[in-house]
Design a protein around this ligand. Structure first.
Ligand code: KIV
Ligand code: ZN
Length: 389
């Protein structure tokens, strides 16, 4: 079966790093960039060089240290930004300048206090100017999610004509519904005459919890690149999560889409980013949360212990997690208690299990979570089981 390759553009070090309190120094950024290279991302957005001397230095250092992926620097549609990005990227083997401007009337009227025509011409000028430095130019039409499709199509056609190789359609405010965002991408595919000369990229924010769904709707409708971050970190409610998109495409063969990501490295990179940014991963986070492969209710545990597929759609080893876990709580059943006991070398009969189970439930109600030491103590205290320990 022929699959279409979707490019993974990681912006952990640019949009992700905009999270308050998560700023990294240059050495830390190089460490993350190398981990992203190992993970197999196609593009690393290394920073916004004009924003600070530190960011400039980081983009330059990453350009030297990382060889395989495209290294990208963000700019506004401002010549000084583009000069600065081009300079910071001068050592990159595969440099890309990411420039752009607002495309929605809200941004055009209130942020730029300008007109559609003027903003469009600034976008075109920025692409042409950036083209003097590098071939690979990505144009972002900021707030495309809320932009009028007819105007957006005109803008995209004009910037491709000016030399853009990638056109980024961001849902900057995370407003779109998946079918709406998917239709927007399809509209561009159908109405921009030169669209085949560029790759369409999707860059979705998570304000309504829809960034992953919107990104998938985007690629299903013709986008060829997803912009995302590790652990879904980013401005406000965050960006599209890399691990979610990659595992959706890997799990749903019917979509016939694939990425170059080595999924077994996902968990390690997730923990590296979490540690360096001092930002913990929520336990119920899809794919990389501590509970993503933990089964705690009796019904689920019983099914899982009989056949993994009953309650798991991803093999934890596929994302670098050692194994699934059976967590013991007051919702756990006999099967889980028996399993965990046998895991720590305590094998008991059905009758013994029947006697121990109510003791376990009382203790679990009191303690909430029962660990291996609690189990050993419970068995030690139990008269019928003294010989087992
Ligand atoms: O969310 C957004 O629109 C952005 C652009 C700068 C690409 O981050
Ligand atoms: Zn963004």
């Amino acid at each position: 079966m022929n699959k279409h390759n979707i490019q993974i553009f990681d912006t952990t070090l640019r949009d992700g790093e905009q999270v308050p309190g998560c700023q990294l120094n240059t050495d830390e950024k190089v460490l993350v960039a190398k981990a992203l290279e190992e993970l197999g991302v196609d593009v690393i957005e290394a920073g916004f060089p004009i924003s600070s001397p530190g960011d400039y230095k980081s983009v330059e250092a990453i350009s030297k240290a990382v060889k395989r992926p495209v290294i990208c620097g963000l700019t506004r549609a401002v010549r000084a930004d583009i000069d600065c990005a081009a300079d910071a990227l001068k050592f990159a083997l595969h440099p890309r300048i990411h420039t752009g401007i607002g495309s929605s009337d809200i941004h055009i009227n209130h942020k730029f206090r300008s007109t559609r025509e003027k903003v469009l011409s600034r976008g075109v000028d920025a692409v042409k100017y950036a083209k003097r430095f590098v071939d690979d130019i990505e144009f972002y039409a900021e707030d495309a999610g809320r932009a009028d499709n007819v105007f957006l199509a005109r803008m995209i056609e004009a910037v491709i004509y000016a030399g853009a190789t990638v056109v980024n359609i961001p849902d900057t405010t995370g407003y779109c519904l998946p079918w709406e965002f998917g239709s927007k991408i399809k509209y561009l595919v159908d109405h921009v005459p030169n669209i085949h000369k560029a790759v369409i990229s999707v860059h979705c924010h998570n304000d309504l919890g829809l960034s992953t769904a919107n990104s998938i709707a985007g690629v299903v409708n013709g986008a060829g690149q997803i912009e995302c971050t590790i652990n879904g970190i980013g401005e406000r409610a965050g960006n599209t999560s890399l691990e979610e998109c990659v595992m959706i495409l890997k799990s749903h063969h019917d979509l016939k889409l694939e990425t170059n990501i080595d999924t077994t490295k996902i968990f390690g990179v997730s923990r590296l980013v979490s540690k360096l940014m001092r930002m913990s991963v929520q336990p119920n986070k899809a794919i990389v949360g501590a509970n993503a492969f933990a089964h705690s209710s009796g019904i689920h545990q019983d099914g899982f212990l009989k056949h993994r597929d009953t309650y798991e759609i991803i093999n934890p080893a596929d994302v670098g997690v050692e194994s699934s876990s059976i967590v013991l709580t007051a919702r756990s059943g006999r099967a889980a208690l028996y399993f965990r006991l046998s895991q720590i070398g305590i094998n008991i009969s059905t009758e013994e299990l029947d006697e121990l189970y109510p003791v376990f439930l009382t203790e679990a109600d009191r303690k909430r979570l029962i660990n291996d030491d609690d189990l050993i103590e419970m068995v030690e205290k139990s008269e019928i089981l003294t010989e087992k320990v």
